[in-house]
Design a protein around this ligand. Structure first.
Ligand code: HEC
Ligand code: HEC
Ligand code: HEC
Length: 276
């Protein structure tokens, strides 16, 4: 009896251990915590990202000088590449396994010997380590450390200062209110909503500066001529009770301001929220 119980418990445990992840789920790997010290705000510079840019440039230079059979320059860039590649394991020890130091050794050896034709193989193998780590971690790291953070930003409104999410809820309500009211012939209500929408987008535009200092063109991109032009047309559509013009210009506002800003600012932030 006891034996049976133990056996069945064992089987149950085993089943739980090897229970397959549901077909609709995919697991993602989170980057090790030690990476944080190489990003803002822990670091003044985005050290990790710049190391990566260096690696790519150094790879390109190595290929160039190997082909040109230029030993001196090849040596210079290979030294720099080795330094940066090896620095990965010092920066993030948990990622040591992602590197192939044996192939790095072969590369260095061939470079030192000026064996130009022997360089391609280790270089190819090293590139695979770049690819493999990127496939697993790149988007997650970008979302974790480089997504813009709107959580502390306040937007002015008729109701006082509001958080970004509350502002967004209101914008969304107003857009739909204009749509519903105009479709059903309540044009005065639609025009009132447009007045508030314009005011709220104006206030939203004042927040761009908190991250895009000295870049007026950033604001222009989503809350500039196109958006304001579409709002003018919308006003005209509502004045003339022209449903077609109203619908088209409202769509313009939603694409030029809402959708375009979301594709730049919102998706990475949502992903960050999802993994935090
Ligand atoms: C151990 C993991 C790892 C290895 C190995 C690695 N990278 Fe990266 N790399 C990353 C991560 C994580 C990012 C994302 C950084 C970010 O977006 O802030 C990245 C981003 C980059 C970027 C910038 C992405 C872009 O296109 O804007 C470049 C360039 C790059 N890596 C080059 C390389 C090269 C070249 C190698 C190999 C010689 C390499 N990396 C090896 C983890 C790795
Ligand atoms: C919390 C910080 C933050 C706020 C607030 C913010 N942005 Fe951005 N924005 C970023 C970051 C980070 C990027 C990524 C590219 C970069 O670093 O310039 C970006 C990229 C952009 C880009 C594309 C790249 C470029 O510079 O042209 C545009 C356009 C833009 N933002 C417009 C706006 C507008 C318009 C507002 C205000 C309605 C705004 N942003 C508010 C952080 C912010
Ligand atoms: C800065 C450029 C920007 C513009 C322009 C913009 N949004 Fe957003 N929107 C965001 C960001 C960033 C978030 C994510 C806010 C958060 O989760 O803190 C967001 C989130 C939202 C959400 C989800 C709110 C929630 O509760 O998560 C809605 C709905 C929304 N926006 C509607 C709109 C509408 C409608 C417009 C156009 C009239 C618009 N937005 C214009 C940046 C923008």
């Amino acid at each position: 009896m006891l034996k049976k119980l133990v056996a069945s418990t064992f089987i149950i445990c085993l089943c739980v251990l090897i229970w397959p992840v549901h077909a609709n789920e995919k697991s993602i790997s989170l980057p090790p915590a030690s990476l944080a010290q190489w990003y803002k705000p822990a670091n003044k510079r985005q050290v990790w990202l710049h190391t990566m840019f260096n690696l790519r440039r150094e790879l390109q230079a190595i290929e160039r000088y190997a082909e040109a059979r230029d030993q001196a320059h090849l040596q210079k860039w290979s030294d720099q590449f080795s330094q940066h590649y090896e620095s990965i394991q010092k920066m993030v020890p948990e990622w040591s396994d992602e590197l192939d130091l044996e192939q790095l050794g072969l590369l260095k050896q061939s470079v030192a010997l000026g064996a130009f034709d022997e360089i391609k193989r280790p270089l190819g193998k090293l590139k695979q380590t770049c690819k493999s780590c990127h496939g697993e971690f790149r988007v997650i790291v970008a979302a974790s450390y480089r997504a813009p953070d709107f959580s502390g930003i306040q937007v002015k409104s008729a109701q006082g200062e509001q958080s970004y999410p509350d502002t967004m809820e209101r914008l969304s309500t107003l857009i739909n209110q204009i749509k519903i009211a105009s479709e059903d012939g309540f044009y005065t209500e639609a025009k009132d909503a447009l007045v508030e929408l314009r005011a709220n987008l104006g206030s939203l535009g004042e927040t761009c500066d908190s991250c895009h200092q000295g870049e007026p063109e950033a604001k222009e991109r989503f809350l500039g001529q196109r958006t304001y032009g579409a709002m003018e047309e919308l006003q005209a559509g509502l004045e003339s009770e022209d449903q077609k013009l109203t619908g088209r210009s409202l769509g313009g506002v939603a694409v030029y301001s809402c959708a375009r800003c979301h594709s730049v600012h919102r998706s990475l932030m949502d992903l960050k929220g999802f993994i935090d």
